[in-house]
Unconditional design. Structure first.
Lengths: 113, 343
């Protein structure tokens, strides 16, 4: 991913949704629970927030809806998975956050105790 | 699922209608399931958890649904995909009731309150006459806004039709006032040549004004996307405009004289009731022929009953039938037998 193609920082909701899907395909309610767990209760998604975000992620092709033909999954429990592009975006965001943390640590060390 | 979560799930399913149609088509099932799961889990955790979940969802839902609708307005995108007949469905009862409201208001309600049997007190009639203009205006505004937001569904066309009649009525009364004020400048009686000249001039002015309004409307459909959508919808399904224009028949046939005779009053109310049921039949119909027959039979019956009251209504019939079925000319262009628009 070049500097020209680096996406802007993700919102927390988007970040945690992608993070939840990084572990493997999962459906809507599980994404909501994962997000709450990963953020230690700080980010609690409503159904509207979740599906608004899922819609945008589908449009951006960062996630895809899994075809549940031949599975036992109920019709109204669609599973989602990260696409390759979605993994790249998540990776870029994690790198950005790590860089931020390093910069903050260096700056606070300079300031001294 | 226990009672309360089940009830909450049903309320949520109803509120999901605030979302745009395409969003609901894609996600409605999943959202209902996720909400039901969240509510069930919260109910097991305790009443406070349940309240938190409900508050969060009810707070977010209007915000997100408005955002989705705004996104669509900004993008200006909609698909006019050609539906297969299996996609056509009868309208829901709330949609039907909203679509019938103008027929009720301008028909039986207006007739009963203005020329009533069993003749409510003057205070009631007087009150209605005072609230009529703002009520009609509110009705028109609601319909136009609802049509704009929903993409001109079938049930919004009576409001559109009322707007067309308001504009038409304003044009005709303005031209009439202009001609009368000009004619009053003449001293002495007008001879036949002057009378004919005034009639021709009046007719020409009215036609010219209508043509100008149509040109402006056509121009606006080229510039404003939502109006372009309306234009495309009418070209695809002319019965919607005809249905909207039928509101003019309701207004025209809703009584113009009253003698406190119950039989006469029944003849005054009956056409508006016939048109109300014709509108119901139109809104419930899922076939083009059913819709056309609903309009034709309703109008035919209403005009026939009105003619029983006064032969003058033959003139109304001659004026109303062409106006209402003028959009049918759109259907003369090929291809014929276009599939029905999905609602």
């Amino acid at each position: 991913m070049t500097a020209a193609t680096v996406p802007p920082p993700l919102t927390e909701a988007t970040f945690f949704i992608l993070l939840s899907l990084a572990a493997g395909p999962t459906h809507g309610y599980a994404i909501m629970k994962d997000t709450r767990a990963l953020s230690e209760g700080r980010v609690v998604l409503s159904t509207g927030t979740l599906y608004g975000a899922l819609k945008r992620l589908l449009e951006q092709q960062w996630i895809r809806r899994l075809d549940d033909r031949g599975t036992a999954a109920p019709r109204d429990r669609k599973a989602y998975a990260l696409t390759r592009q979605g993994r790249r975006v998540l990776g870029a965001e994690i790198s950005r956050l790590q860089k931020l943390v390093r910069t903050a640590q260096l700056q606070t060390q300079r300031a001294g105790p | 699922m226990t009672h309360l979560p089940l009830l909450l799930a049903r309320i949520y399913a109803l509120l999901l209608r605030l979302y745009p149609r395409d969003f609901r088509d894609e996600f409605e099932g999943e959202m209902k399931t996720v909400f039901a799961d969240a509510v069930e889990e919260a109910a097991r955790a305790g009443p406070l958890a349940l309240v938190r979940v409900c508050w969060r969802e009810l707070w977010d839902l209007p915000i997100h649904s408005a955002r989705e609708r705004w996104t669509r307005l900004q993008k200006g995108s909609f698909t006019m995909s050609t539906p297969t007949p299996t996609q056509v469905r009868p309208l829901s009862w709330p949609e039907i009731l909203i679509g019938l409201f103008p027929f009720l208001l301008f028909g039986p309600v207006a007739v009963w309150l203005a020329y009533p049997f069993p003749y409510p007190p003057d205070s009631v009639s007087g009150w209605f006459v005072r609230v009529e203009p703002p009520l009609y205006l509110l009705c028109l505004l609601f319909g136009l806004v609802a049509g704009w937001i929903t993409g001109w569904r079938r049930w919004t066309f009576p409001y559109l039709g009322f707007g067309i009649y308001l504009v038409g009525g304003w044009i005709m009364s303005t031209v009439n006032d202009l001609l009368w004020s000009y004619a009053s400048g003449f001293h002495g009686e007008l001879g036949w040549p002057q009378v004919i000249l005034f009639q021709v001039a009046g007719f020409a002015l009215i036609l010219g004004a209508f043509a100008l309004v149509l040109l402006v409307a056509y121009f606006l459909t080229r510039v404003v996307h939502r109006l372009r959508m309306l234009y495309v919808i009418i070209r695809h399904d002319w019965t919607r405009l005809s249905f909207g224009l039928t509101i003019g028949a309701v207004i025209a046939m809703s009584g113009s004289d009253h003698e406190e005779d119950p039989v006469l009053t029944a003849l005054v109310i009956l056409p508006s009731l016939i048109l109300l049921f014709s509108a119901l039949s139109y809104l419930r119909s899922t076939s083009r022929s059913g819709q056309v027959w609903s309009l034709l039979l309703g109008l035919g019956l209403a005009v026939s009953v009105s003619i029983l009251r006064h032969g003058w209504y033959i003139v109304y019939a001659m004026m109303l039938l062409p106006i209402i079925f003028l959009p049918a000319l759109f259907a003369l262009r090929p291809p014929q037998n276009k599939p029905m628009l999905a609602e």
